[in-house]
Design a protein around this ligand. Structure first.
Ligand SMILES: [Zn+2]
Length: 454
């Protein structure tokens, strides 16, 4: 068999969690075959990876690349370079850009920005609220991967990072109807907690950090999640809960799942590895919404992750400038994450806290399956896109903010020691990063659309 490229001496993770030694044959950007017998192939190019681990390229289903509109924080060139270096081959970009992705012309503007600049493949979340219900169908036809819900268009335009679940249940139900077959992504916050708690904590001698963490407790997340999942139980609509941070929410999900509600739970490395104490040390840099919680929540997330009740780990890559993040009270929530997602989780896997099989599941298999990309993305099987990352599991290194490829260098992970280095990243058979640096030409990345709209 004649192919374009043969990767030899790969170690792959099987669905059963075993390690398979094989060659990967790539033809026209797709995986043509997996085989123990490299001699069978006549290849234009052979690449011996010398027994290194080869994973499917990571699908990060939650990034904010700020393009168009806030490109002083990040754009598709720098964001996708950071993704490539970190072993991420597909990103789903969130709709709170300027203009927000709430109409077909806005989606097209974003497609234009990405088409010229992106190194990796990408999909777009549409933004949906009661202000643009009538746009849902056109956005779906335009190929959005799902709809991120907000209470209003204004939430998407403001810098405050406040996203709430629509207050009226009839709105939630109407959004489900409008979304057709596409999943709805919810940032679960019941804003009533903030409204009430503001009076309790502000002006009581607490600093901005202490107030912020008290205003958005885990209960606010769980309360909103409960309303969304109750509505989904009625309609059968698929729900994706972004950046779940609390034990209470996991309990609510567990209950509704047992009644058959279709829901995927996303969490992020910071909710698995950082607590409120880290924010106290790092200040505005580690300000995030929802806020970091305590040890009990962190442990509950790990248990849920290992039990299979957390489906997806994403970065919520949210770059801001260091100036914006300097003062805790004024700082918008969020920090960089797309480049550090895989190394942070891989470290946990190599230290025995997470089976390798689960790592591949939450970073690759599940995001592909949940968003209608299976058979194209997320797995190293014949017929799938040749998106992959070669990892040197023996290499220990330290995350350094100045080495990040994002425009923003704001990260809570500066100085973290990690294990496992992504030495080579390929998108559709083409190298997009090698030894910690992006390579190849911006614009190689293509938009991916879910099967529901194909
Ligand atoms: Zn986000």
């Amino acid at each position: 068999m004649k192919v374009d490229l043969l990767l030899e001496n790969c170690r792959l993770v099987t669905f059963e969690g075993e390690i398979l030694e094989a060659c990967i044959a790539v033809e026209q950007g797709k995986i043509a075959a997996l085989s123990k017998l490299g001699e069978r192939f006549q290849a234009d190019r052979r690449l011996n990876v010398e027994g290194k681990l080869v994973l499917p390229g990571v699908i990060d289903c939650h990034v904010h690349f700020r393009d168009p509109g806030k490109t002083f924080k990040e754009d598709f060139a720098t964001g996708s370079a950071a993704a490539a270096v970190g072993g991420v081959t597909t990103v789903f970009d969130m709709p709170n850009t300027n203009p927000p992705t709430t109409s077909l012309p806005a989606l097209k503007a974003k497609m234009g920005a990405a088409r010229e600049k992106s190194l990796v493949d990408y999909a777009f979340w549409g933004g949906l609220s009661e202000d643009n219900l009538e746009e849902a169908e056109r956005l779906a036809e335009g190929g959005v991967i799902g709809f991120k819900v907000s209470a209003s268009r204004r939430e998407l335009e403001e810098e405050a990072g406040v996203f709430t679940v629509p207050r009226r249940t009839e709105t939630i139900l109407a959004l489900m109807e409008a979304a057709g077959r596409l999943p709805l992504g919810f940032h679960c916050e019941d804003y009533g907690f903030r409204v009430f708690l503001k009076g309790k904590f502000e002006g009581k001698g607490l600093d901005a950090l202490q107030v912020y963490h008290r205003l958005i407790p885990g209960e606010a997340e769980a309360s909103a999640a409960g309303r969304v999942l109750a509505a989904a139980s009625l309609t059968g609509h698929p729900i994706h809960l972004v950046h779940v941070s609390s034990r209470a929410t996991l309990g609510v999900v567990h209950w509704w799942r047992s009644l058959g509600v279709k829901v995927t739970v996303e969490t992020c490395p910071h909710y698995l590895l950082l607590t409120r104490e880290h924010v106290e040390k790092l200040g505005g840099e580690a300000k995030i919404n929802p806020p970091l919680k305590g040890k009990e929540d962190l442990e509950a997330l790990w248990e849920a992750l290992n039990r299979g009740e957390v489906d997806v780990v994403a970065s919520d890559h949210s770059p801001h400038t260091p100036e914006e993040k300097a003062d805790f009270a004024q700082a918008p929530p969020g920090f960089c994450g797309v480049e550090t997602l895989l190394p942070l989780l891989l470290t946990q896997a190599l230290e025995g806290r997470l089976p390798l099989r689960r790592l591949v599941e939450v970073l690759c298999w599940k995001p592909a399956e949940a968003f209608g990309l299976w058979r194209v993305k997320g797995s190293l099987q014949p017929g799938f896109d040749a998106d992959l990352v070669v990892v040197d599991t023996g290499r220990e290194w330290t995350i350094r903010r100045e080495k990040l490829h994002s425009k923003s260098k704001v990260t809570p992970w500066d100085g973290w020691k990690v294990k496992g280095f992504p030495v080579l990243t390929m998108v559709r058979g083409e190298t997009v990063a090698e030894n910690g640096e992006p390579v190849g030409k911006p614009g190689w990345g293509r938009m991916v659309k879910p099967w529901r709209s194909r």
